[in-house]
Design a protein around this ligand. Structure first.
Ligand code: ZN
Length: 231
């Protein structure tokens, strides 16, 4: 289960790895907590919310993954919100993941940091039978992996995944986010896809392959395992 703040974060940071999970037969759930409604300077929030959800659905379909959204407005995500923690615990109980990939807790913007903290709390709460009872049943406490951030600031991967064969699918998934990619190309002259690909190349250089994605496993009681979980 990959849990990000915004609709394109998963594609930017871990879609190649998710593709490798799919190739080995794993089920993948892609979950956004925010709906991306503030991610444009012209398209109004309610319209953008729908556009971006459809973009995420298309991207997940390319991967053969399920897409979930918590549908919170951008910058309305709070690590201390009990309501949001409960909603996320419900999504985790629905997915019952073997592992979760999410943002690193000192990422560059508030929604990413809140996502990381909510995942940490909700994934524990989801395992307790007497916490916020509902019909989904509990989910096991599972390993959490932090994915890279934009530019890799203060992020030293301890594990790398070779995505050389998956880079084209990753880029296609990223291009599904047309409201972001096309807009930046046409109005800002920024080829964001090139930025993402360049960064995957840099992680590849660090790990001796052409393209890679980097991760750090969250270390803590009940979260560790003796086997490598990443592909
Ligand atoms: Zn984001």
């Amino acid at each position: 289960m990959a849990i990000s703040a915004h609709p394109d974060d998963i594609e930017i940071n871990c879609a190649g790895t998710l593709a490798r999970f799919r190739e080995r037969g794993d089920e993948v759930v892609m979950c956004n907590l925010c709906n991306g409604n503030l991610g444009h300077v012209v398209i109004m929030p309610e319209e953008l919310r729908k556009i971006r959800n459809a973009e995420s659905e298309r991207s997940a379909a390319l991967l053969g993954a399920e897409h979930l959204t918590m549908d919170v407005g951008d910058l309305k995500l709070y690590a201390e919100s009990e309501e949001q923690r409960n909603k996320l615990a419900d999504l985790i109980r629905y997915a019952k993941p073997d592992m979760i990939i999410t943002h690193t807790p000192d990422d560059y913007m508030a929604d990413h940091v809140a996502t990381s903290k909510l995942v940490f709390a909700a994934s524990f709460c989801a395992s307790l039978p007497h916490y916020h009872l509902d019909e989904r049943g509990v989910a096991d406490v599972c390993p959490i992996f932090y994915m890279d951030n934009l530019g890799g600031f203060k992020f030293e991967p301890t594990e790398y995944v070779d995505i050389t064969k998956q880079i084209e699918l990753k880029m296609k998934m990223l291009e599904c986010h047309e409201s972001q990619m096309k807009w930046m190309r046409e109005h800002d002259g920024i080829d964001f896809a090139e930025t993402v690909k360049t960064f995957a190349r840099m992680r590849g250089l660090q790990s001796g392959v052409t393209y890679a994605e980097g991760f750090v496993q969250m270390r803590g009681w009940g979260r560790m395992t003796t086997k490598r979980l990443l592909p």
